[in-house]
Ligand binder design. Structure first.
Ligand SMILES: [Zn+2]
Length: 252
């Protein structure tokens, strides 16, 4: 990569908008959700120089069909995989909460943990999943952890994270209220934004492949077929090769 990119004689063209700035906080239920839902977008933002943080709400300790596998061991494995994937995507940091897979609830305690992270990171965008998405076609319905992750994150963001009368224990730790200006919801049935991720699909798939415990057997092959095909469909909506779809809310 060149150290210096010389500006053309005209400078940037007027239609060329600078990349958006400010930190991003992604909040998902399981260690590999962020990659599957929004890996291209997160990789692109990190590559733009944005500070991208990931908060995973459960430790993924039921993400196996093998009854002989110890859940504590699986949780430890998935922690390492999460770190490896985050490093590959260029994230500023990844945190995994010690909540059991399949047991995520929208509680004040989890809201406070998310609000603490929001107040610490002070994100321009919080990205999570759409809690209203139940049925994807007639062959899959959404995991309760995914729905609850979206709900608990939205409830932590507004009004809690921005209001000093919510989560006063977090305020006492020195984390001032922060109003999140923009929320992006992945895994949505009502997308209103297609994010161009052309050039970032390889990294999305490589990051997903770091979740080795989850892509054993033929599963990675399925992802390799399904994710680019889905991104191509989304890309057609905005005339690019690959895109990821989101429901974007402007809160300010
Ligand atoms: Zn998941």
């Amino acid at each position: 990569m060149a150290d210096v990119v010389p500006e053309g004689p005209q400078g940037p063209t007027p239609s060329e908008e600078p990349p958006p700035r400010g930190p991003v906080l992604a909040v998902f239920a399981h260690p590999d959700d962020a990659e599957i839902s929004a890996g291209g977008t997160l990789a692109r933002w990190a590559s733009d120089g944005r500070e991208v943080h990931l908060l995973v709400l459960t430790n993924g300790d039921r993400g196996s069909e093998d009854p002989a596998l110890e859940r504590e061991e699986l949780a430890r494995t998935r922690l390492v995989e999460t770190d490896d994937a985050a490093r590959l995507l260029g994230l500023a940091g990844a945190t995994v909460l010690p909540i059991h897979d399949g047991e995520l609830q929208n509680t004040l305690e989890v809201q406070a943990e998310i609000a603490r992270t929001v107040r610490r990171v002070r994100p321009a965008i919080v990205l999570t999943c759409d809690p209203t998405a139940w049925f994807f076609g007639n062959r899959y319905f959404n995991h309760s952890d995914h729905r609850n992750a979206g709900a608990v994150t939205l409830d932590a963001v507004f009004p809690g994270a921005g209001n000093p009368h919510f989560f006063s224990e977090v305020l006492a730790e020195g984390f001032e209220p922060w109003k999140v200006p923009e929320v992006w919801l992945g895994w949505t049935l009502e997308p209103n934004h297609y994010q161009d991720v052309t050039g970032f699909m390889d990294m999305k798939l490589k990051a997903l492949a770091e979740h080795r415990s989850q892509v054993q057997g033929g599963l990675f092959g399925l992802f390799e077929e399904w994710l680019p095909a889905e991104a191509e469909e989304n890309g057609k909506k905005i005339g690019v090769q690959h895109a990821e779809s989101f429901r974007v809310l402007q809160l300010e």
